[in-house]
Design a protein around this ligand. Sequence first.
Ligand code: SAM
Length: 288
Amino acid sequence: MAEFAQSDTASAQLGTLFVVATPIGNIEDISARAIRTLRDADLICAEDTRHSQRLMQHYQINTPMMSLHEHNEMARIEQISDKLRQKQTIALISDAGTPLISDPGFKLVRELRKQGFRVSPVPGPSAIISALSVAGLATDSFSFWGFLPAKSSGRKQAFNDLSQNRETLVFYESSHRILESLKDLYEILGDRELVIARELTKTFETVLSGMASSLIEKVAEDLDQQKGEFVVMVAGADDKLAAMDLATEKLMLALLEELPPNKAAKIAAQVSGLKKKTLYQWALEQKA
Ligand code: SAM
């Protein structure tokens, strides 16, 4: 049941840091409590104070702001803990969504908690949860990997490491790299079910779903589908095939041209690190 009587005015001894979620696109996606918390706080720590001005103006929030971003986070910790000791209430926001989720704030929260300060969430939007809520992929278990490495070799390594994971895999991606990342994903993870959530809650929101091969074609053909902000979600490794990636599939097919299934499976298991039994079963299924 919802509870309204929160003791938001902080603990008796010290101030509180509220970690406040803000919209990921649509400016109306902010809770009444978040607006009240931002209005009532003594100070708002914002990733980019200029960026957050629009939100403050829209909701007539006049609380003083101070920047807190990845380059000054460490230096800010002492300033903020001093203010909390003076029983001030501070709100932390990022440019969009929930702070700390691929955004600054981790070092601050960790240190303040270590020092015994109260850190309390004011929940709201986050791109990952919004995307999963409309993807139609399994959500009983998923893992979130933030932004993929910038270089193709790093991305391929990351996909390789995750190729056996059974849960839905979720990544953030920017417009600069979306197509290249999807190609790497397909090369390493194979033709899996994929969902690409773009510009959620904004004018050009699109959620594409299908097999990786066909979605890559769609994105490659339509430049509009390469613009904006993306959450990429991919189905976990198939139980039966236990993460038969494209490279291993190709290797097995080549080996099966020359060798019986058990020998092909033995060699492919040595190369791929997958279980020989899994590969053997896969080979039998191909023959069937
Ligand atoms: N803290 C944010 C959150 O809670 O989701 C994430 C911040 S991270 C710096 C920005 C990335 O989140 C974008 O590059 C994109 O991958 C994803 N993202 C943010 N807003 C989005 C939106 N409206 N639609 C799709 N993805 C979004």
